[in-house]
Design a binder for this molecule. Sequence first.
Ligand code: ADP
Ligand code: ASP
Ligand code: MG
Length: 452
Amino acid sequence: MQVWKFGGTSVGKPERMHSIRNLITEDSTRKIVVLSALSGTTNALISIGESLKANNDAEATQKIEELYAHYETFIKELYKTPAGYAEGKAIIDKEFSFIRSLVSIKPFSVKQEKEIVAEGELLSTQMFEAYLREEGVNAVLLPALDFMLIDADNEPVLKFTEEKLSSILSQLEDKQVFITQGFICRNPRGEVDNLKRGGSDYTASLIGGAIVADEVQIWTDIDGMHNNDPRIVKKTFPIRELTFEEAAELAYFGAKILHPSTITPAKLKGVPVRLKNTMEPSAYGTLIADKTSDREIKAIAAKDNLTAIYIHSTRMLNAYGFLRRVFEVFEKYKTPVDMITTSEVSVSVTIDNDEHLEEIMAELRQFADLEECDNDQTIVCIVGNFSADKEGIALKVLDAMKNIPIRMISYGASEHNISLLIHGKHKAEALNALNERCFLYEDAMKSIFSAP
Ligand code: ADP
Ligand code: ASP
Ligand code: MG
């Protein structure tokens, strides 16, 4: 069995849904198909929630009706028969009547906020399932809220998904295609919740891990993981193969094509992840598995909006226990540290969640001197094969960065990551300079045209 996930742009137009129908029925592999919301919908729902939170009901109602009009137009082109259209209309009317009912709920709480953003995936999956039915495809809709759960720390409970899905699927052995919602889940209070923005990728790999799928395929609007951010750098090219570790680093450090946690469950269960382009299905894409290629520098990604904290020990040199005390503070406030550099008496770290920054700083000040924090920092992450016996890699990277101020450098923590901390305003320049210095045009041609 395979798990195929289609992102927002892949379901964002009626003709795209028609192509997906063809793609998923081209062969006889059993599939769980995970869908995102239509592109733009989650943003629109968040914006409606913001208007409601601000008690701006008229504005919210206007946004709701604009979104409804979009869906009305969409279903006119999606379905081919009056009966199909009637089903589509019933689905959007039901979901929008729920969305409209939220306008009268005061105060508009986090619970309602989560319910409203879940509507995007609830709409897309029901509309698509009704379309498959119209087309005579034997598909079943599996509600993600029945088997996707997060715990009190917002971590998915894989065991729950394993048990629930195994029991659900054992009763549907004659079925070929299953449709489910990405992104949404329940929390320990039984409420509707989600896996954060871009979370449908994570849903797919959690399901893939839970059923130990043969493969997880992430279908999107680009032909696989590129060697650099295509939104910022012009000459980028797709990478055919990545290891789980390399892909996890790239996703965590900002390659938007994958939700940061996507690789974790796939790696845990050894399920290969393939990235494919819905607009160009014959393109090879990227295969993420155990195998690696010899290439040294493979790809570059960047993670923005970080805060750097600079901590100096107030005690003498050779003090031990200092690092433990520092990290206990971050642990207490459940704040992950992304990057660390140390000297004899100092440690600098970056965090991307500054919700508890004030408390963290206050506690650190009890045993350390702190410099002023720096906001708007960016980690540039260079991923590849950097085993200890290789020479010249850092030279290449630093040569590319020769005109850009670097605040922190981390090399050697793993064999496949070099991280540099720079101010966010230098990000585009850094990514372009690294692209010029670390990738040759011939490499790109080889990657695009040769067989894997
Ligand atoms: P989906 O809606 O299918 O989940 P996303 O917009 O979340 O799609 O992710 C795909 C986008 O990720 C691409 O269009 C591309 O602009 C962006 N992206 C950023 N970094 C990379 C990268 N290294 N390789 C490929 N795409 C990337
Ligand atoms: N619809 C959600 C979002 O826009 C989840 C996803 O697309 O992966 O963030
Ligand atoms: Mg995405």
